[in-house]
Design a protein around this ligand. Structure first.
Ligand SMILES: [Zn+2]
Length: 77
């Protein structure tokens, strides 16, 4: 997978809404990823964030995790 906006290959936020999984890039670009199932999503989260957070809204999660565009173009990890 590759961000079509900035060519980033990692450091994404995975968002699960119902049966749909979205990927949000640090650059602010986001897209639906139909090839990722809910099971895949849960697996990815267990690996990436053992102490994962739940947020009331996607906007709250993006702001708190720095996915509101603040870190566009930067890799933090
Ligand atoms: Zn991007």
């Amino acid at each position: 997978m590759l961000c079509s906006a900035c060519d980033a290959r990692r450091d994404w936020l995975f968002i699960n809404q119902g049966r749909h999984v979205w990927i949000r890039c640090r650059c602010g670009h986001h897209w639906a990823e139909p090839e990722i199932t809910r099971a895949d999503f849960d697996h990815l989260l267990r690996q990436a964030q053992p102490n994962r957070m739940h947020y009331p809204t996607v906007a709250a999660a993006m702001a708190d995790l720095g996915f509101d565009g603040t870190f566009a173009g930067l890799y933090l990890g």
